[in-house]
Design a protein around this ligand. Sequence first.
Ligand SMILES: C[S@@+](CC[C@H](N)C(=O)[O-])C[C@H]1O[C@@H](n2cnc3c(N)ncnc32)[C@H](O)[C@@H]1O
Length: 159
Amino acid sequence: MSSSRDTFSPHSHIPYGADGSGFYSDNTIGCYNVILESVPLVLESVKSASVKPGSVFTIADYGCADGGTSMSLLYACVKELRKSYGDDLPIHVIYEDQPVNDFKSLYFRLEGLIPGPESYVLDFPQRVRHNMRHKLLQSVSASSVCKLGIFLHCPTLAA
Ligand SMILES: C[S@@+](CC[C@H](N)C(=O)[O-])C[C@H]1O[C@@H](n2cnc3c(N)ncnc32)[C@H](O)[C@@H]1O
């Protein structure tokens, strides 16, 4: 007997292309370019954040898909944080998407195992951790994850 907790209805965005192939971002240059345009704006937010000693800087990417379209933005954020606060600041990047998402490609992109934008994990490995979630925050609307939902927060670690 199944309950509503056992069922999951995927949203309209079902991953296409072979699992682990990075197909989404390799074929979505338009989204990549739009997100790239947002780098100066997001960096202003990063620079204006109040970072207290001992805090963790958390960045969440809602509706991340395979992470390729936001990789350069997150790279720029991590680079800026390292420039401003050095290697000691812990940075936590949370990737959120549906359970059916191609998280395998995201892992591969972060580890540089498929070609694409440079991974901040490889270039700034000190005290950067990342994880992948489903239903991180229920209040985030589907329309926001279908575009770009980047959330910057310090000092609280959303665990
Ligand atoms: C069009 S893609 C956008 C991917 C990336 N953010 C970008 O801008 O290139 C939409 C993404 O949102 C995800 N998504 C849609 N509805 C969602 C939901 N209710 N909860 C979590 N993720 C969702 C899809 O699985 C898909 O990966």
